[in-house]
Design a binder for this molecule. Structure first.
Ligand SMILES: Nc1ncnc2c1ncn2[C@@H]1O[C@H](COP(=O)(O)OP(=O)(O)O)[C@@H](O)[C@H]1O
Ligand SMILES: [Mg+2]
Length: 258
């Protein structure tokens, strides 16, 4: 089997006896590829992400990162989850800096620069000294995103990270995330149930069925709309065509008749 940066090899998962991923799941994700998992709520997307992150283990099969089987959490795989995972006893700026605690290769000055850069990127520079419980849920989510980006993990695992954000902030973070991924050569696995978001961000979209999850389609996005993603692209005919194709794949996967 071909080995990518992240490789799923015949992975299944059940909780007690209830299958979540019933059909063995195999997928090879290339280095610097932006993969989006698109599927209905409850199908098993978070479970898959937790397994890549080493927070849960497959019932059979394995997941490898750069050839090594994933056996536990590791800073090379940074997780941004759908719940707001900031530390309440640290300020917003300290939360972002916390992501770099394992980076012995960075000087204290570089860490401060990175911290401030990513705070600004997510629009939180004015809240640097505020505690997370004093800002909105959407802002806490931006803290978690900034922390993971600042850490510089090779693989970013993003589980519906923009779900709680308003439309404009969401759009600008999508553009920014895509730019960052191309610039910093990141492998990203991103979960969403939003067809537009999947089409805009992905190199490839993996469409899942309802639980128990199986892959119903893999749509190659970059061959259709190219690697460059700008706000203007959303208005284009190619984007519309791609979106329609993804919607059809989602319908076929059985989400709509729920
Ligand atoms: N720790 C667990 N124990 C038992 N069932 C679980 C556990 N975690 C998730 N599930 C169940 O597995 C299914 C998939 O959940 P999840 O991966 O969170 O789906 P998604 O992220 O696609 O919404 C759901 O039916 C959920 O209730
Ligand atoms: Mg989920």
């Amino acid at each position: 089997m071909e080995t990518g940066h992240v490789t799923f090899d015949r992975v299944t998962k059940q909780f007690d006896t209830l299958p979540v991923i019933a059909e063995p799941f195999s997928l090879s994700i290339a280095r610097n590829e932006f993969i989006v998992f698109l599927g209905p709520s409850g199908c098993g997307k978070t479970t898959l992400m937790r397994m890549i992150g080493g927070l849960d283990t497959p019932s059979s099969g394995n997941i490898r990162l750069g050839g090594e089987i994933v056996e536990g959490p590791d800073w090379r795989r940074g997780m941004v989850s759908q719940s707001y995972s900031s530390f309440p006893w640290l300020t917003v700026a300290e939360n972002v800096a916390f992501g770099m605690r394992y980076r012995k290769d960075l000087s204290a000055e570089d860490k401060l620069k990175r911290r401030d850069h990513y705070l600004k990127l997510v629009g939180l520079e004015e809240f640097a000294d505020t505690f997370p419980n004093k800002v909105s849920g959407g802002m806490r989510q931006r803290v978690a995103i900034a922390r993971t980006l600042a850490a510089g993990s090779e693989v970013l695992l993003m589980d519906e990270p923009f779900g709680a954000l308003d439309a404009l902030r969401r759009e600008s973070l999508q553009v920014e995330l895509r730019r960052l991924q191309r610039q910093d050569a990141k492998t990203i696995v991103f979960v969403t149930h939003d067809v537009d978001e999947a089409a805009f961000l992905a190199d490839r979209v993996v469409v899942f069925s309802k639980r128990p999850a199986r892959i119903t389609a893999i749509v190659d996005v970059t061959t259709q709309i190219g690697p460059e993603r700008t706000i203007a692209l959303r208005e284009s005919a190619e984007f519309f065509k791609l979106r329609t194709q993804l919607l059809q794949a989602v319908r076929l996967s059985g989400e709509v008749d729920e």
